[in-house]
Design a protein around this ligand. Structure first.
Ligand code: ATP
Ligand code: MG
Length: 384
């Protein structure tokens, strides 16, 4: 008898997509996620994957799989040949740990029609056998405390718990997006949510050394590492924004500097997206959270680029965003106090209802194209 992991993926999620493309992408991502573990073997069976892994790495594998998008649920199962006597023995064995009154139900599923008993017969026979062999068990078919699942396929798989996965789509099956990753709370969550819909993430971070410290840069690298458990490998561009900010401060109306900065960030991210064949930009903006995120301000930033800007947090409150960042473990790193390039030069009275025409006039006061090229040429690229 073997201990295996049964992986279920969402049939419903397959609607708009080519099924085998989805399954192959998910298999590839699972392989990548379990790469460092011993004895990993993947098997594709109908509607499920069966994963074998060395016993010492079993729990680690369960943890990792719960972070792979596209997986709906997983179970730790016993696998053995389709033999009814053995099914009964294993069932008793699995319920052995129950030593106080507990209600239960057997839920069998005979996918292999060659097996001599129907699902209903397996339920009745195994249920009766358990009652004979464990005095603490009582049947409750409506609301049992424990369910014993038996799947008879080319082998029998037996398990008693189902762990929820994250759902979503396998990363990569929706194409690529460029995430503007600041080091704050919001943008890692935005990247996580788009990866959940199958988007492969390329990240861009703007820093203003020496106004922002080396530690701010390390923080973004750390956030990228944490996100990668969910998103898979992220290519991170670190782009210097110092010259651009200095130019803006020198030449432009102070009220507009944040918006001009944001427009230029978008433009640089778009160039990177085109080079990487990404089809969208992703940002962590949430409507009206700050002056640069009012409807009027978003018109101004959107206007800077042709690619669509995905803002998965647009309708979320800060505490909802924080909940997710705690769940995915980026929160503690995000709240480290190192300066971000946007916070270094915040205008005292930022424009909340900007007029695009005025911003465009101000933007023409600087040699944007030259500055953008310079930043891209000197970008540091980190592949983790
Ligand atoms: P976050 O918590 O993600 O920093 P925020 O609420 O602080 O967001 P802003 O500082 O206005 O909001 O930034 C809005 C969005 O712009 C961020 O979510 C991020 O996508 C992008 N952004 C801001 N600063 C940077 C930066 N230094 N590098 C890359 N992207 C940035
Ligand atoms: Mg920020």
């Amino acid at each position: 008898m073997e201990k295996v992991i049964l992986v279920r993926y969402g049939e419903i999620a397959l609607k708009g997509l080519n099924k085998s493309f989805f399954i192959d992408m998910l298999l590839k991502n699972i392989k990548a996620s379990l790469k460092g573990l011993n004895g990993v073997k993947l098997e594709k069976i109908q509607g499920r994957f069966i994963i074998r892994v060395a016993l010492e790495d079993f729990d680690r594998a369960l943890d990792l799989l719960r972070k792979v998008f596209g997986i709906v649920s997983i179970s730790e199962a016993k696998a053995f040949p389709n033999d009814f006597e053995q099914i009964k023995r294993v069932a008793v064995n699995m319920m052995e740990c129950i030593n106080e009154d507990t209600t239960f139900k057997v839920e069998a599923r005979r996918a292999n029609k060659g097996f001599s008993l129907t699902s209903m017969e397996i339920n009745n026979e195994v249920g009766g056998h358990l009652l004979d062999n464990n005095q603490y068990l009582k049947v409750d078919v409506k609301k049992p405390e424990v369910k014993l699942y038996i799947e008879v396929r080319e082998k029998t798989y037996m398990y008693s718990s189902i762990l929820q996965g994250l759902g979503g789509l396998p990363v990569g099956c929706s194409g690529k997006g460029v995430l503007m990753l600041s080091g704050g709370i919001d943008s890692p969550v935005a990247g996580y949510l788009m990866a959940k819909r199958g988007v492969e993430i390329i990240a861009v971070h703007f820093h203003s050394f020496p106004y922002t410290s080396e530690r701010a840069r390390d923080k973004v690298i750390k956030l990228t590492e944490i996100m990668q458990d969910y998103t898979g490998p992220i290519k991170l561009y670190i782009v210097s924004f110092t010259d651009i900010q200095q130019e803006l401060l020198l030449s432009c109306n102070e009220r507009y500097t944040t918006l001009l900065m944001r427009r230029i960030m978008m433009k640089i991210a778009e160039r990177i997206a085109i080079a990487e064949e990404a089809k969208a930009l992703i940002s962590g903006e949430s409507l009206a959270q700050v002056a640069s995120q009012t409807m009027e301000s978003l018109i101004v930033t959107d206007n800077a680029v042709e690619l669509p800007v995905y803002r998965p947090l647009i309708g979320m409150d800060k505490n909802e965003i924080i909940d997710i960042s705690q769940k995915i473990d980026t929160f503690e790193t995000s709240i480290l106090p190192y300066e971000d390039c946007c916070t270094v030069f915040v205008p005292k009275h930022p424009e909340t209802r900007p007029k695009l025409e005025k911003i465009l006039i101000d933007e023409q006061k600087i040699d944007i194209e030259h500055l953008i090229q310079e930043s891209i040429n000197t970008a540091e690229i980190i592949t983790m």
